[in-house]
Write a new protein. Structure first.
Length: 345
């Protein structure tokens, strides 16, 4: 189920310095020890970390700065819940910042958290390359950083990356479309936001996988900017351009074509197989109802929960728990196994 949005308060840069802003969800149990603050200032994605193998002296209650690309995106709402619940479990104080999909804002927040001397940063970048300099500053300040969800192109200044391998994600999309079409047919691709690392890498993996299935051909692709209304318009363009018999599948690198798949089904184009990424509740329902063939399941809650588990081990001095990269599973979900997986949000 889609999580309820976290209560948030916009604060200026001056207000964030030295002031803890606590927000409490009305339904959160009283015994939760952690304080979770959601600050809508700016979120940085990848921050540099000290290179020491473990914490030399663990703080009584570690202060974690979590910088998220854009907290208004439902995917990240589920990830925030993972941070909140893990903070309670491990007895940490977590402050969550909204990066607002702006590189300069994210860089500024990394620098601000360096000044605040947080014990650790967890970051999900809009553009990993844009914040490399800020990550180096964090590393020089001996602040460990865990990158979550979006993999940095330079891991020199981070403790670890936890999330999906987006190239393998694209391969998984290719496997689904091959299964859906029997390995033959014409495909239209709905892209996310051009230049976004997730879009670029998934498209790369899809193309690589399709080389193993020469009977499949990409005949069209357009960007939707991760927006369902635009994805519907893009799909309608595909349907108008390619009448029955001329298009066999639509592959979306994200979860934004649910309404488009339903539209095609309701307008006598159910011969087209829809494959997409991620597993929110509406994608699950579409698979059960038959107008979506399948999806790649990426769980945002698991990503943040695993990152916080790693932080707990770090502060307890466990030096063996930090491979540079920790890729999480990407199960394929179709009608045959859809009931085996809860919706990711």
């Amino acid at each position: 189920m889609k999580p309820e949005p976290s209560k948030t308060t916009d604060k200026t840069s001056d207000e964030l310095h030295g002031v803890k802003m606590n927000t409490t969800r009305p339904r959160k149990p009283k015994h939760l020890a952690a304080t979770v603050t959601i600050a809508f200032m700016a979120a940085s994605l990848l921050a540099g970390c000290g290179t020491s193998g473990g914490a030399s002296s663990a703080p009584a209650k570690p202060q974690i700065g979590v910088l998220i690309k854009d907290t208004t995106i439902p995917f990240f709402g589920r990830q925030i819940k993972g941070y909140e619940e893990a903070a309670a479990k491990y007895g940490m104080d977590v402050t969550i910042y909204n990066g607002k999909s702006d590189n300069a804002t994210q860089v500024g927040l990394i620098q601000q958290l360096i000044t605040k001397k947080v014990d650790m940063m967890m970051v999900t970048p809009g553009d990993p390359q844009a914040i490399n300099g800020a990550l180096k500053q964090a590393a020089n300040a001996h602040i460990p950083v865990v990158a979550v969800n979006t993999e940095p192109n330079d891991k020199t200044n981070i403790l670890s990356f936890i999330g999906a391998n987006d190239v393998e994600y694209g391969h998984a999309l290719g496997k689904l479309v091959a299964a859906a079409t029997g390995g033959k047919g014409k495909i239209a691709v709905v892209r996310g936001k051009l230049g976004d690392p997730a879009d670029t890498l998934r498209r790369k993996g899809l193309e690589e996988e399709l080389q193993n299935t020469p009977g499949l051909q990409i005949v069209a692709e357009q960007a939707s900017n991760w927006d369902s209304a635009k994805a519907l318009n893009v799909t309608q363009d595909f349907l108008n351009k390619y009448p029955k018999g001329e298009l066999d599948a639509v592959v979306d690198v994200g979860p934004d074509t649910v309404s488009a798949a339903k539209y095609a089904h309701d307008n006598n184009r159910s011969e087209i197989k829809f494959i997409m990424g991620d597993f929110p509740s509406n994608v699950k329902q579409g698979i059960k109802d038959g107008y979506i063939y399948g999806t790649v399941n990426q769980d945002p809650y698991e990503q943040s929960a695993k990152a916080m588990e790693l932080a707990d081990k770090y502060f307890k001095g466990d030096k063996s728990a930090f491979p540079a990269t920790q890729y999480l599973p990407l199960p394929l979900v179709t009608k045959e196994n859809v009931d085996n997986y809860p919706a990711a949000w």
